[in-house]
Ligand binder design. Structure first.
Ligand code: NAP
Length: 520
């Protein structure tokens, strides 16, 4: 049975004391143990700040980009075995595992290319030079320079590879060393990834470390140049951002939390149309990929009343045909949830929803499971709910049911009603708008924007070209206001800003231009 090891101060070491068992969520077999007792976190912080940071900052963006390209190819070269651990410990289907692993390699590669584009520089200029005063002699310019601390990356259970990679790509390219803290329940993939990256011997000493188990007193030891990049539930995000040590030292904290993402249908979309087909594809995919355990999955489908019946019928047909069971069997299309706790939380949420919604399709525990020992596994069946009264139902707009479940919310079809319902989610990572009428689409897209980090637009021209809304793209920002955490990641060079500080330089124009160029 593997004892999973942290990678700190340049060495792998298993924790001492209490060990947490990691399970296969389809069979409940123990696949590994992890623990964090006895590690020297102070030494890890010093190692990052004193060795990793200076070594990275000495490199240009292009050189840091070359490191990222090697990390990306290391992951791509070991794709199959990483997918295996994702299936065995995360309960994902092979497709769900690929989404995580390929997403990790793709994001690192995208930032490798950005590094190449940024070239020989080590800092990012921000905007054009500003002439100060009446003469042309005094100028000012803004620039982003790497922070001199360590970036602590805290990740959720559902993306052990991509969650690490999207944070590490931006931090390392910015010039900051990282300490990654994967979620314990699904840490096996993160540990295997760390072993591969260390064996590839690509990064300077201290640029990458990984801590298993709880964070312990790590966050209390952070200082003004450090950064915390957190992904997880709103509750844990609130705990992290409220830590006195982080507040006292002004430690930058980015929170990516949960989200009541929506799909909004209107503006003349008819059953059978091209936009309708895209809607069906997206809803089923977002409900079932990684068993609906994606922060970007669609939780609410806001649909004109007249379209509810045909939508339920077509979704039910597709969901009813899914093969559910142990994802080690390649025929399986929907696997278990990652942990017993996730399954129990989901079922408690379904019980709350049942009070204000009709169950239009599905049951909490599917009757037939492929290749699963009797009574075992953290399974949840795909379920469609329909809200009885869209405006009166609080649970639909408040509880993130983290599984293969979505609620159809009937409404009038008027743009302002759609906007108001989307906003009731309190802040989302993503919302997609399915419409044929351009005016309707524009009104809704701009109306919901204050509540949403990314808006996906779908019309009759989208079929075959549009990506599912749950797919996060490295060139576009990922994050959302309000309950989604208020954070922002990725977005090309914007993603680097989180790990850099912006400073205004002012002085004689020739001197400012010598430091940062004359602008365009
Ligand atoms: P979680 O329970 O909040 O845990 C997230 C991470 O925080 C884990 O690594 C966890 O470690 C750690 N943690 C727990 N308590 C902590 C504390 N007191 N101080 C510091 N770290 C602590 O969330 P989860 O169940 O793993 O993930 C599911 C949630 O993440 C969902 O709500 C989902 O929407 C959200 N999510 C959001 C995004 C996004 O980009 N916005 C992406 C993925 C997931 P342990 O595992 O060791 O407890």
């Amino acid at each position: 049975m593997p004892q999973l090891a942290s990678y700190l101060c340049g060495a792998f070491a298993t924790g001492k004391g209490e060990m947490v068992p990691l399970l296969n969520p389809a069979t409940e077999e123990v696949v590994a143990h992890a623990g964090c007792g006895g590690v020297d976190l102070g030494a890890a912080l010093r190692f990052a700040r004193e060795q990793g940071g200076p070594a990275l900052r000495a490199l240009t963006f292009a050189q840091r980009g070359e490191l990222l390209a090697k990390l990306a190819s290391t992951i791509a070269d070991h794709r199959d075995e990483l997918i295996e651990t994702s299936v065995a410990n995360g309960g994902t289907t092979r497709g769900g595992g690929k989404f995580d692993i390929d997403g990790a390699a793709g994001t690192l590669q995208a930032y490798a290319e950005l590094g190449k584009k940024l070239g020989a520089a080590r800092e990012l200029v921000d905007g054009e030079p500003v002439l100060i005063g009446r003469g042309a002699k005094l100028a000012g310019r803004h620039a982003w320079l790497a922070r001199e601390g360590v970036a602590v990356l805290i990740n959720a259970f559902n993306f052990p590879a991509w969650g690490f990679a999207e944070k590490a790509a931006t931090a390392l390219l910015a010039g900051m060393p990282v300490i990654n803290k994967p979620a314990t329940a699904t840490a096996w993939t993160a540990v295997r990834l760390a072993e591969l990256l260390v064996a590839a011997n690509v990064l300077p000493a201290g640029a990458f470390q990984q801590l298993l188990g709880g964070v312990g007193p790590l966050l209390d030891a952070l200082g003004p140049q450090d950064v915390v990049a957190f992904t997880g539930s709103s509750a844990t995000g609130t705990t992290v951002r409220s830590l006195p040590a982080l507040l006292r030292h002004g430690v930058r904290v980015n929170v990516e939390a949960d989200s009541l993402n929506a799909a909004v249908v209107g503006g003349g979309v008819e059953p059978g149309s091209s936009a309708w087909q895209t809607l069906l594809r997206d809803v089923v995919r977002e409900m079932t990929e990684k068993s609906g355990q994606k922060c970007t999955a669609t939780r609410r489908v806001i649909v004109p009343e007249a379209l509810v019946a045909p939508l339920v019928e077509e979704l039910a047909d597709r969901l009813g045909a899914l093969k559910i069971g142990n994802p080690a069997n390649k025929e399986v299309e929907l696997g278990p949830l990652a942990t017993r706790q996730q399954r129990d939380d989901l079922h408690a949420g379904c019980a709350r929803l049942r009070k204000s919604c009709e169950v239009a399709f599905g049951v909490e525990r599917p009757a037939t499971l492929i290749d699963v020992p009797a009574g075992k596994g953290f399974f949840a069946g795909p379920m469609l709910f329909v809200a009885r009264d869209a405006k009166a139902v609080d649970e639909t707009h408040r509880d993130e049911l983290f599984g293969p479940v979505t609620t159809i919310v009937p409404y009038s079809g008027a743009p302002n009603d759609a906007i108001a319902l989307v906003g009731r989610g309190g802040g989302m990572l993503v919302t997609s708008v399915y419409a044929e009428a351009r005016d309707w689409c524009e009104t809704v897209a701009k109306g919901i924007a204050p509540w949403v980090g990314r808006v996906c637009l779908v019309d009759s021209k989208s079929e075959g070209i549009t990506l599912p809304p749950g797919m996060v793209l490295p060139d576009l920002i990922h994050g959302g206001p309000g309950r989604a955490g208020g954070g922002e990641e990725l977005g090309g060079a914007r993603g680097l800003h989180h790990f850099m500080g912006r400073t205004a330089f002012e002085g004689p124009r020739a001197l400012v231009e010598r430091l940062f160029g004359a602008g365009t």
